[in-house]
Design a protein around this ligand. Structure first.
Ligand SMILES: CC(C)(COP(=O)(O)OP(=O)(O)OC[C@H]1O[C@@H](n2cnc3c(N)ncnc32)[C@H](O)[C@@H]1OP(=O)(O)O)[C@@H](O)C(=O)NCCC(=O)NCCS
Length: 299
């Protein structure tokens, strides 16, 4: 039996991103609930064009409850899964416990089923919220180990600023033509999330290696520990070529996806994080090898 939400005083709207006031209401909701500002996305090519938001608005045009679906094809164990992602799920405190989240979740999942998506994925710190809908948590692993011997590089790296128009155009063309960073688990496109994630973590560096036509998303801490977050390229360079291109020689390396295309083998380590990746569909499929989605794909 369908349980109806208590939505007195609210109006339901779907697919409202074309309305600037609707988009602004979502930016405000995510700022208020998560402290995350997705406003800059408008200057970075806009939200993912496949986005399908489901929201309950109050009389003042404020968003009381929301969840958004979007196409998120990803590679799992060597094949492309035509999946949707769910993101931006939140209800303002005064509107909680009325069934509004259940309502938008059911609407979003029905829409995903109607569109023919074979799977749905999401990130959450509340897995039990989604288990009743058939989602299950996927174990995630990063890799670590000693750096490979560095090779020679032809050109110095160039830091890219996604807010600069020329750099954005270069990034967008590389994102469009990118090859999955791993054959175990990786997104195939997902340009909007990569671009907004460059703005959400100030420690992430975005470097362009011209001779490899590759963009590297990386971090280095005070102890000289190098973290490789993502590689955007049609042809994935080896880790040795990446380090040479970045002109760094760290002693220790961490890779935040399965490094099967990097010509380097690290040791998989279970990811200690409160956030879980959950999958609905595909039977009981999980990555055949320890893996994780790049943090630049996180949504
Ligand atoms: C989590 C949240 C979306 C729930 O909103 P809500 O409007 O109170 O949810 P509903 O009233 O629609 O309840 C839906 C179901 O989720 C359950 N639920 C609510 N909060 C939950 C929580 N924190 N953990 C697990 N289950 C929860 C309810 O018991 C209810 O179960 P039922 O369908 O069996 O009755 C809201 O508290 C919120 O916005 N929190 C902060 C942001 C957040 O955590 N977003 C989701 C994470 S990705």
């Amino acid at each position: 039996m369908t349980r109806h939400p208590d939505s007195a005083g609210l109006t339901f709207r779907q697919d409202y991103f074309g309305d600037p006031a609707g988009w602004a209401a979502l930016v405000c909701l995510l700022n208020d609930i998560f402290g995350i500002d997705i406003g800059p996305l408008q200057q970075l090519g806009g939200p993912d064009p496949t986005s399908m938001p489901f929201g309950w608005f109050d009389a003042e045009g404020e968003l009381a409850a929301n969840i958004s679906a979007f196409a998120l094809p990803f590679v799992l164990n060597g094949r492309i899964v035509h999946a949707a992602g769910l993101q931006s799920g939140a209800v303002r405190p005064p509107w909680r416990s009325r069934g509004l989240y259940r309502d938008v979740t059911v609407k979003a999942l029905d829409w995903c089923d109607q569109q023919g998506f074979e799977a749905v994925i999401l990130y959450t710190d509340k897995p039990s919220l989604y288990e009743p809908y058939g989602f299950r948590a996927i174990p995630l692993h990063r890799y670590e180990g000693a750096a490979p011997a560095s090779s020679a590089s032809a050109a110095p790296p160039r830091a890219l600023l996604p807010t600069n128009a020329d750099d954005l155009a270069l990034l967008q063309s590389l994102l469009k033509a990118r090859s999955p960073v791993s054959t175990s688990l990786a997104v195939t496109v997902n340009a909007a999330m990569f671009l907004i994630n460059t703005q959400l973590d100030p420690d992430v560096r975005i470097s362009f290696l011209a001779d490899r036509q590759a963009v590297i998303a990386w971090k280095i801490d005070e102890a000289g520990r190098f973290s490789l977050l993502d590689v955007v390229a049609a042809e994935i360079p080896s880790l040795a070529a990446i380090l040479a291109g970045l002109e760094i020689t760290p002693a220790f390396v961490e890779v935040l996806f399965r490094p099967d295309r990097l010509g380097w083998e690290g040791v998989p380590k279970s990811l200690e994080s409160g956030t879980r990746l959950m999958l609905r569909g595909l039977g009981d499929a999980t990555p055949d090898f320890p893996a994780m989605l790049s943090p630049m794909a996180e949504f």
